[in-house]
Design a protein around this ligand. Structure first.
Ligand code: TYM
Length: 318
């Protein structure tokens, strides 16, 4: 029996943080033995916020090293970048013609941008459609993501249904996979950890950086147990142990932060070392990415043939 399929992606928009890891990337590793996986670097998605070519190239390589360093095995999971598989953007266009503007205007990301009165580029508006193409091209069963992507996976399902209703059964409806405890990993200020809030702890931070981030965690002197420290701490230490420690050290914020620094260091140090090893041979890492793109492209091409057939543009004799 063939394995089920997972697909997910990370934007090369900066350094991944522990929110990306616990919310999504860790699940890619956990699923890789049971599922046929696709872990993409979604560089075309990142274009809406990153328009510096040098930084783009660097970030792509960085996410690749991050994927390898967390333990993704390219024999089990296809590591690829979106721009190597042009079928993603092709399918995006076809989807654009079956869905409506009011449907996309309900997307949170668009509404947030609009509320901030930003000049919204069409790519930002269309972001969920490209994401639907990413997911649907591969017959995806599950999409491991953080809670902020839930609506996007729902939109992908709606688009698949809309296409299937118009042209006949073509796309499988994917499910999101969101782990309850880490659906929204909080940052150092208690809000969702996010590059745009400047409240992150980078996944491959060096010791001094970890220290700086943890010392910067916002605490309120009226609370016995510093909730922002605890919320991050429980990612890297068993909660039963933590409850005991935090009760014993009520009010001792500095000590608790120092303990968190040590626990984060224990967790991050081996990942950091792994990453340094992979970084020694960039050509080898790039060859993995290129081969992954070629493998993904074969699957995507076959699906696009079916799509072209369904919409009636395949008119040549075979
Ligand atoms: P991106 O690059 O913003 O984030 C990558 C993954 O990290 C998760 N995440 C979090 N999870 C829990 N707590 C947090 N604080 C936190 N911050 C980020 C995100 O939910 C995401 O799973 N649109 C996607 C990229 C994408 C994609 C796809 C994902 C493009 N195509 C197809 C899945 C399938 C994004 O912006 O991820």
């Amino acid at each position: 029996m063939s394995k089920k399929i997972f697909f997910s992606g990370v934007q090369p928009s900066g350094k991944p943080h522990i929110g990306n890891y616990f919310g999504a990337m860790k699940q890619f590793v956990d699923l890789q033995n049971e599922y046929d996986g696709y872990a993409f670097i979604v560089d075309y998605h990142a274009l809406h916020s990153l328009r510096n070519p040098k930084e783009m190239s660097e970030n792509i390589k960085n996410v690749l090293l991050d994927y390898l360093a967390i333990g993704l095995d390219p024999e089990k999971v296809t590591l690829a970048k979106q721009s190597d598989v042009s079928e993603h953007t092709e399918l995006c266009w076809i989807f654009d013609t079956v869905i409506t503007m009011p449907f996309l205007m309900r997307a949170h990301a668009y509404k947030d941008a609009e509320a901030k009165n930003k000049e919204i580029d069409v790519g930002t508006f269309n972001y969920p459609v490209l994401m639907a193409a990413d997911i649907l091209l591969y017959g995806t069963d599950i999409v491991p993501v953080g809670a902020d992507q839930k609506q996007h996976v729902e939109i992908a399902r709606d688009i698949a249904e809309k296409f299937n209703n118009t042209y006949g059964q073509t796309f499988k409806l994917p499910e999101h996979m969101i782990m309850k405890e880490v659906a929204v990993v909080p940052g150092t200020d208690g809000r969702k950890m996010s590059k745009s809030y400047n409240n992150t702890i980078p996944l491959f931070a060096e010791y001094e950086e970890i220290k700086k981030c943890v010392m910067g965690i916002v605490t309120d002197s009226s609370e016995g147990i510093p909730k922002n420290v605890y919320a991050i701490h429980k990612l890297v230490r068993d909660e039963k142990e933590l409850e005991k420690i935090y009760t014993e050290k009520t009010g001792k914020y500095k000590e608790l932060k120092e303990l968190l620094i040590e626990d984060l260091e224990k967790f991050i140090a081996p990942l950091r070392e792994n990453r340094k090893e992979f970084a020694k041979d960039i050509p080898k890492a790039l060859a993995i990415l290129k081969a992954g793109g070629e493998k993904a492209k074969k699957v995507a091409e076959a699906k696009m043939e079916e799509v072209r057939e369904k919409i009636g543009v395949n008119i040549y004799e075979k």
